[in-house]
Design a protein. Structure first.
Length: 413
């Protein structure tokens, strides 16, 4: 075994897995563009404050999971644990508000110091979208429609369920939070250790606890419904009505809360039962207060991020996205001079956007066998003669026929 391994929680995306990632990326980009989204790429690291301010000190992502370090100039830097904070930072610092509404998408690695397990990595990949500057509930419907479209394009439509909830506005949320604390405080001793801490810092997270004991206690807790203003109710109804109209199946899950502090109104997750505990493949919601938190003008926002590692795992499990391999033109040579001439032919064919494989090792028979394994349909055969001349043939692998050819014929194969 090699002395060096990849760092715990990171993994190499070897060609077969990277191919699945790449197909997901390509389908996601294409769909996002059809919905009028434009790509943005922000740096992988930001000043730590960008995340502290936007995600909130009490979120798991900031309180326990960040990779933070002082750089050589003494600035506190954090590797991004998610994409929204950086996009919103760019929106503010680059003055993008003048182009509102902004419909943006991004893809790239994120970093969280979590306990590694299947579907949970320390470097993982997210594809995400953000709409900035639209306050309509119909914007929520459009981003959800895009999510649903992408999941269907990659063959996972039947494998995932959309769960949706509303957190109301900041006033509703505060009232609900207070009621929840009042209900849970007398039960504090029975809560899990994590939830005891949450009760102080981020009580709504308790609704989301995976602990069985917590789940029982939470079942009797007050429901968000009762604390929603008429406006918040109407907003949520417009979102769910829109989803029904577009025939996007969903379930309202009153216990769904998101871990990050910046959400309001709509929150949602696409979940699957096929990936064990790591079942959320796409998650997001509305974040009307975030831009202001990062020093911009008050601007509504809605978006989501999808864990591409989990999508890829789900695709592999279900053999979705099995793109047949392209078959090459094989270049099979005998002699070094013939090999160089083969490279020259391959180079010209590749310049015509054709896929060629030049076999460099093994005897002539071995090369033919390798070509066969790649389901090659056509090959250029090159034989170096004793006088140094090269004899060319074109072989049709289907019929087995070999025809003498000139160098120029080979370029037109
Ligand atoms: P979880 O509840 O699984 O920890 P989260 O709420 O922390 O997820 P978000 O911050 O909403 O996740 O990120 C959006 C998506 O990114 C998740 O739904 C998931 O698919 C993916 N994701 C989050 N953390 C990881 C990770 N460590 N490894 C792989 N994918 C991840
Ligand atoms: Mg998490």
């Amino acid at each position: 075994m090699s002395k060096y391994q990849s760092v715990r929680g990171t993994r190499d995306l070897l060609p077969a897995l990277k191919k699945t990632f790449r197909s997901i990326e390509a389908k996601a980009y294409n769909a996002a563009q059809n919905y009028g989204f434009k790509e943005i790429e922000t740096p992988i690291f930001e000043f730590s404050d960008v995340f502290h301010r936007s995600l909130g000190e009490t979120s798991d992502a900031v309180s326990k999971e960040t990779y933070t370090f002082a750089d050589r100039g003494g600035d506190s830097i954090t590797l991004r644990p998610e994409g929204t904070a950086g996009v919103v930072r760019a929106f503010v610092s680059e003055g993008l508000a003048q182009h509102n509404p902004n419909k943006l998408y991004y893809y790239g690695p994120m970093f969280r110091y979590e306990r590694p397990q299947k579907g949970r990595y320390r470097q993982f990949y997210q594809f995400g979208v953000e709409v900035l500057g639209l306050e309509n509930p119909q914007a929520d419907v459009e981003v959800l429609d895009l999510a649903w479209r992408i999941l269907n394009e990659i063959g996972l439509g039947g494998k995932v369920t959309l769960e949706i909830n509303t957190l109301g506005d900041q006033v509703d949320r505060k009232a609900y939070r207070d009621a929840l604390v009042q209900y849970l405080t007398p039960l504090k001793d029975q809560l899990s250790e994590d939830s005891k801490v949450r009760l102080e810092k981020n009580p709504m997270r308790i609704l989301d606890s995976k602990d069985e004991g917590d789940k029982k206690l939470v079942a009797g807790a007050p429901k968000m419904d009762a604390f929603l203003s008429e406006t918040s109710k109407a907003f949520f109804k417009a979102v769910t009505d829109g989803l029904s109209e577009l025939k996007i199946p969903f379930q309202v899950n009153p216990k769904l809360v998101r871990g990050l502090d910046y959400y309001c109104h709509t929150v949602f997750e696409f979940v699957t039962t096929e990936l064990g505990a790591q079942g959320t493949v796409l998650a997001g919601g509305r974040y009307d207060g975030l831009v202001e938190t990062l020093g911009g003008q008050k601007t509504p926002g809605v978006g989501w991020a999808s864990g591409v590692d989990r999508l890829a795992d789900l695709c592999e499990l279900n053999q979705a996205l099995q793109v047949p391999a392209k078959t090459p033109i094989a270049i099979i040579s005998l002699g070094d001079k013939a090999l160089v001439s083969g490279l020259k032919i391959a180079s010209a064919l590749r310049a015509q956007n054709k896929y060629c494989e030049v076999f460099m090792t093994g005897n002539f028979k071995k090369k033919l066998e390798k070509a066969n394994k790649l389901n090659t349909e056509k090959a250029v055969l090159l034989f170096e003669q004793e006088n140094g001349e090269i004899e060319y043939k074109i072989k049709d692998f289907k019929t087995g026929e070999e025809k003498p050819a000139s160098f120029e014929d080979c370029l037109k194969i």
